[in-house]
Design a protein around this ligand. Structure first.
Ligand code: SER
Length: 317
């Protein structure tokens, strides 16, 4: 059967790259991009695009019927830092959108769902180092609460209604094409932009705040890997721990100075420090590696080289 895919939140940091990759693999017309507004000009121009508010079930369901969609990637969400500013908005968007998509799968209007969870499902009482797949989860951000509840719903819909939903707990994702919006791990992208533009970065986290991170190429690969895996190999239907590397702002700055010796960094932690402090510093993702052969490729050195190269090229083009 031909995969006909709808990506909700396609203009965002991960959605835009996922759309491009899937279009390259399946053909432009088999991957419908959608978002609440046309906020990414390149993406909108690159193939079929629909305006969809992820909270609106009718809009999603009309689009699913119009294009005969069988798979939905739900990438729309309010992230951790923005979520703390607008708690109710974060709850409404993150929960309503997920239940809309799960219900379409329950009614068999679609066959398969991808929904991202996050390291934000964990909290201050979770073991911080090499955080296991199954552990204490007491998230303290609204974003984390929505991801934790979302995971419970995914497993519930799978167990009770046979819904084929697959999910990953993304770490911070580093990329250069589309900027992230409103996350706590965003510093690891801002730092590259500022390094090139100003030679200096004032970081909103302290120098020793270690967080799990991953390059976009790896994140997209993990997403496609889990979606293409045989259903019986996807044994966890809440969400899989997913990991590549962990580093602190100080370690990242040091890596940047290997390429840009003049680069300097200062630290002025703000409200996002408390969010980062509540999250793991590293993740045990052996279930993903064992169940569907997950493996990452990019280490800190490779990410740093690639980010500086791509952003420099982008700046002159
Ligand atoms: N990158 C996200 C954030 O910082 C975590 O999932 O909010």
């Amino acid at each position: 059967m031909v995969s006909k895919i709808l990506i909700i939140g396609a203009c965002g940091q991960i959605g835009s790259e996922l759309t491009n990759k899937l279009r390259a693999e399946l053909g432009v017309n088999n991957v419908i991009a959608s978002d609440i507004r046309e906020s990414n000009v390149e993406l909108v121009a690159s193939g079929p695009f629909e305006i969809i508010d992820a909270k609106n079930l009718d809009q999603i369901s009309d689009c699913v019927k119009k294009y005969d969609i069988n798979t939905v990637y739900l990438m729309a969400a309010l992230l951790s830092a923005t979520g703390e500013k607008y708690p109710e908005k974060a709850w409404n968007l993150n929960m309503e959108s997920l239940l809309n998509v799960l219900n379409l799968a329950k009614e068999r209007l679609i066959d398969k769902v991808f929904w991202p969870s996050s390291i934000a499902v964990f909290g201050p009482t979770t073991p911080k180092v090499n955080t296991p797949q199954k552990t204490i989860m007491e998230p303290t951000t609204v974003y984390g609460i929505t991801k934790q509840v979302g995971e419970r719903w995914c497993e519930y819909y799978h167990n009770n209604y046979g819904v084929d939903v697959r999910s990953l707990r993304y770490p911070g994702i580093i990329s250069w094409k589309t900027l992230p919006g409103g996350g706590t791990t965003d510093y690891a992208i801002e730092i590259f932009h500022k390094a090139i533009k100003d030679g200096h970065y004032n970081c909103f986290l302290t120098e020793n705040t270690a967080l799990p991170m991953m390059y976009m190429e790896d994140a997209v690969k993990a997403t496609l890997d889990i979606m293409e895996a045989d259903a019986e190999d996807v044994k966890i239907r809440s969400s899989y721990n997913l990991s590549a590397i962990s580093f602190t702002p100080k370690e990242l700055a040091l890596e940047i100075t290997k390429q840009l010796p003049e680069f300097t960094i200062s630290y002025k932690p703000d409200f996002r420090q408390k969010i980062a402090d509540s999250w793991p510093s590293s993740i045990d993702d052996s279930s993903a590696r064992g169940d569907w052969n997950w493996n990452h490729s990019y280490d800190l050195e490779a990410i740093t080289k690639e980010m500086l190269l791509q952003l420099r090229e982008k700046a002159v083009s």
